[in-house]
Design a protein around this ligand. Structure first.
Ligand code: SF4
Length: 361
């Protein structure tokens, strides 16, 4: 029921740099990026998907990149995995698989392609590599980090284990491969409660998100020992801000991600992972809604459900926004930046991720 201890983040985790092996793969010529009648015709069905969120005047900028990326994907035998926080032109027009971290991790185990381009942040690309050691995994900008992943290191986890011998450790997937290698099992915001309760222990160490830890603790009898990391996007929301929306429109629906602070969750009609939030909107079809999470997700759901009005307190994740169409194209042309993980660390991390992926839902 309770959070007993909290630990302060120690030092930043630096993602590994690109590997030379990727550079050896042949660079292809950069495709032409002209806006013309052929490109317009070829991409018309894709514009139809995003026309409610991308003005027609902007499409001639996006469409040549989209056409070129989709052609290069075939040439490279590549697939694109895109997180729910990617911008609509990526999410709707070049991605082959979309979803939250859990869905993308599951999809990564089923990918039948030589190359995975991860449109998300670095820990997501690492998770794809951990699950696909034989494939080339690229991230269009390896600087796409995460405040949660950078809040804890493998050495911190070893210290926690020494301090709490015998207590199982659950790591949110928003962690580096070296942290995943030190823990017993991973979880996402979709399955955090299920994972904690699956361990059969009365006490569990849960890291690194203090707010997700608090949310899980409020739903279970298991005692949670938490780390004090936080998401720089979700911790910016406040309960006061949400009360203002309700004061202006008492009928408005408010749904929140569990990475938000408790006063925000207290104001929400529903709390859940990005996948659960999307399902909630699809099922309930509220007239007006505030989705208390990263801003692009509202655009992506709006593209699918034009009858729902999204009120947007727009907090953008600067790391997710490092991924753009020009960088995805550059990634496929030059086969960069390849994600590389020490094989010994990857093998240990795989055990934690696979234990989560294979957990019965
Ligand atoms: S939204 Fe938060 S948790 Fe997600 S990648 Fe950005 S900083 Fe990390």
């Amino acid at each position: 029921m309770s959070i007993t201890e909290a630990y302060r983040p120690a030092r930043a985790y630096a993602p590994p740099v690109s590997a030379p092996s990727a550079r050896r793969l042949r660079t292809l010529p950069m495709p032409a990026l002209d806006w013309n009648a052929d490109v317009e015709r070829e991409t018309a069905h894709l514009y139809d998907r995003v026309k409610t969120v991308i003005p027609a005047v902007e499409w001639p900028f996006f469409a040549p990149y989209i056409a070129a990326i989709n052609t290069l994907k075939r040439e490279r035998n590549a697939v694109i995995l895109a997180h729910n926080y990617q911008t609509p032109e990526i999410y709707n027009c070049v991605a082959d698989h979309v979803g939250d971290s859990l869905q993308l991790a599951r999809d990564a185990t089923k990918v039948d392609a030589d190359v995975i381009v991860q449109c998300g942040v670095h820990f997501m690309a690492e998770t794809s590599k951990i699950l696909n050691p034989g494939k080339t995994v690229l991230i269009p900008d390896s600087r796409a980090g995460c405040s949660l992943a950078s809040s804890i290191t493998g050495a911190d986890v070893r210290l926690l284990r020494a301090r709490h011998p015998g207590v199982p450790i659950v790591a949110y997937v928003n962690t580096s491969a070296e942290v995943k290698a030190e823990v017993d099992i991973c979880c996402t915001s979709s399955n955090a409660l299920q994972v904690v309760e699956s361990l059969g222990s009365d006490t569990v160490i849960f890291l690194p998100d203090q707010y997700l830890a608090k949310y899980v603790a409020s739903q279970t009898k298991v005692k949670i020992i938490a780390w004090t990391g936080s998401c720089e996007v979700h911790e910016r929301f406040t309960g006061d801000e949400l009360r203002l929306y309700r004061d202006n429109d008492p009928g408005i629906a408010i749904i929140a991600h569990p990475e938000c602070p408790p006063d925000v969750i207290a104001e929400a009609d529903f709390t859940g992972s990005t996948a659960h939030m999307i399902d909630w909107v699809r099922t309930r079809r509220p007239k007006r809604i505030v989705m208390v999470t990263e801003c692009s997700m509202a655009d992506n759901v709006q593209a699918e459900l034009p009858d729902v009005e999204f009120v947007r307190p727009c907090n953008l994740c600067p790391h997710m926004k490092r991924i753009t169409l020009p960088k995805i194209l550059d990634s496929l042309v030059h086969m960069r930046e390849e994600v590389v993980i020490d094989p010994a660390i990857a093998a240990k991390a795989r055990r934690s991720v696979e234990r989560m992926v294979h957990l019965k839902s």
